[in-house]
Design a protein around this ligand. Structure first.
Ligand code: CA
Length: 413
C-alpha cells in the first residue's frame, strides 16, 4: 500500500497523519455551532453531517444526524465498508471539490462515540512481568492464569473523556504498610497507562459467544487510550476483586477513531505462544497491529520530554481475542463498548508504558529534559500519548491523547 492521493492538498504528504488512506472518524464543533460527525483529511475535516444532508454520502438510512458514531457503528461491517468506499471516491483526486470542509485548526473535538461500557485488560506480558516482579518477585510475576486468559475487569464508562480534558487528581483511601489505620486524601502515586482502545461496533446477543474471527469483524476501530491510575489507592484496594476507585476517576482517549480498514496493511500476529491457547482463543489470522507508540511528559509551562517508546505489537493478546473471551460466557457485547488493551510495554527499559515501571515503583526517578525529576505525576504536568502506523510513503495517525493534571478537590466534610 502506498499514499492514496486526494484533492485536499494537505492530505498528499508523507508527514500528514490523515492521508486518504486513513479517513478517521470524529465528532467536532466550530465556534458556537452544534457538534457533528466528521472525517479527518489532511489538515481539514469533512463535515459528514452536512455531506449526508446534501446527498454526497448516501447509506441505507440516515447515519450522521446525531453527534456520535454509534448509529453507523451499529449498522455493521458491510455499511462501514460502503461508507469508506464512498469517502475514498468523494475525497479522492476526482472527487467533488464542493464537499463541505472545515479547518481542523478551527474545530473543537468531542467524544466520537457514546461509550456503552468500558472493560480494561491486562494483556501486555512485559507490563505484567514488570509489575508482578515488583510486587511478588520474578518467580511469581505472572499469575497462573495469565498465559491462558486475557485477564480483565469491568471499568467505568462514565469517566472516559476526550483528549484535552483536564484530569483532577483523585482522592482516595490508602494505607502505608507500617500504619495501623488507612488515611483518606489526594493520590500520591498518580500514573499513566499507555494503551490502545478497541471500539465494538456490531453487537452480540446475550447467551451467544463469538469466535475470534467474528470478534475481529465486530471491532469498528481503535483509539489511543490513557488509563490514568492511582497506584497507592490501587495497592490498598485491589485484593480480592481487582482495581476499583484507582481506575474509576478518568480514562482519556484520542479524538479520532482509526478504523480497522485503515489499519489493515499493518496487521501482525501476536507473539509466539508460551502455552497453547484453548481453541476458542486461537487467532485464525494476524489480528494485532504494528503501531509505534510514544509517551511524553511536560511540567507546567515547560517543554515535553519523551519518556517511553514502544509498539502495539508487543501485546500478548489481540483485541479480537479479548473480545471473544469477553463474550465466551454468553456476555452480550454492545455497540460502543470500549476495550482497553492493558498497558503496553516492551522488553527494553525505554519501552515501559507506565511510570510505575519507568521509575521501578518510585525507586529510580526519571530525569526530564528540563532537569526536573519525576517518580509519579505532579500537579500541572501534561502527559501526551501519540501513535503512528508507518506505511510506504504515508502514515496513519490517531491525533494526540493529552491530559493535564489539576490539584485534587477538597473533600466535602
Ligand atoms: Ca489499564
Amino acid at each position: 500500500m502506498t499514499l492514496m492521493t486526494s484533492w485536499v492538498a494537505s492530505a498528499n504528504s508523507a508527514e500528514t497523519p490523515f492521508p486518504l488512506n486513513n479517513l478517521p472518524y470524529g465528532v467536532f464543533s466550530v465556534a458556537d455551532q452544534p457538534a457533528r460527525c466528521g472525517v479527518a483529511i489532511g489538515d481539514m475535516i469533512l463535515d459528514l453531517t452536512a455531506a449526508e444532508a446534501r446527498g454526497l454520502v448516501t447509506l441505507n438510512g440516515t447515519a450522521f444526524d446525531a453527534p456520535s458514531w454509534n448509529k453507523l457503528m451499529a449498522m455493521g461491517a458491510e455499511v462501514w465498508a460502503e461508507l469508506r468506499a464512498q469517502l475514498i471516491v468523494l475525497l479522492g483526486e476526482s472527487g467533488d471539490q464542493s464537499a463541505p470542509l472545515v479547518a481542523q485548526a478551527d474545530a473543537q473535538m468531542h467524544m466520537p462515540f457514546k461509550v456503552a461500557e468500558y472493560t480494561d485488560f491486562y494483556a501486555g506480558k512485559h507490563h505484567a512481568m514488570n509489575v508482578g516482579t515488583m510486587f511478588r518477585g520474578p518467580e511469581n510475576a505472572l499469575p497462573p492464569n495469565w498465559l491462558h486468559i486475557p485477564i480483565g475487569y469491568n471499568g467505568r464508562a462514565s469517566s472516559v473523556v476526550i483528549s484535552g480534558t483536564d484530569i483532577v487528581r483523585p482522592n482516595g483511601q490508602t494505607k502505608a504498610p507500617d500504619a495501623d489505620m488507612p488515611t483518606f486524601g489526594p493520590c500520591k502515586r498518580l500514573d499513566i497507562e499507555l494503551e490502545m482502545g478497541a471500539i465494538v461496533g456490531a453487537s452480540s446477543t446475550l447467551g451467544h459467544p463469538v469466535s475470534v474471527a467474528q470478534a475481529d469483524e465486530m471491532i469498528f476501530g481503535y483509539v489511543l487510550l490513557n488509563d490514568w491510575s492511582a497506584r497507592d489507592i490501587q495497592a490498598w484496594e485491589y485484593q480480592p476483586l481487582g482495581p476499583f476507585q484507582a481506575k474509576a476517576f478518568a480514562t482519556s482517549i484520542s479524538p479520532w477513531i482509526v478504523t480497522s480498514a485503515a489499519l489493515a496493511p499493518f496487521r501482525t500476529s501476536t507473539p509466539e505462544r508460551e502455552k497453547d491457547l484453548l481453541p476458542y482463543l486461537q487467532e485464525p489470522s494476524p489480528m494485532l497491529f504494528d503501531i509505534e507508540l510514544e509517551v511524553s511528559m511536560a511540567p507546567e509551562g515547560k517543554p515535553a520530554t519523551t519518556i517511553a517508546q514502544t509498539n502495539y505489537n508487543r501485546m500478548y493478546y489481540s483485541a479480537a481475542q479479548q473480545l471473544a473471551h469477553h463474550a465466551s460466557s454468553g456476555c452480550a457485547m454492545s455497540t460502543g463498548d470500549l476495550l482497553g488493551s492493558g498497558t503496553i510495554s516492551g522488553p527494553e527499559k525505554s519501552e515501559r508504558g507506565s511510570l510505575l515501571e519507568l521509575s521501578w515503583g518510585g525507586k529510580e526517578p526519571l530525569t526530564l529534559g528540563t532537569g526536573e525529576t519525576r517518580t509519579f505525576i505532579e500537579d500541572g504536568d501534561t502527559l501526551t500519548l501519540t501513535g503512528v502506523a508507518k506505511g510506504d510513503g504515508y502514515q496513519i495517525g490517531f491525533g494526540d491523547c493529552v491530559g493535564t493534571i489539576k490539584p485534587a478537590v477538597k473533600f466535602p466534610s
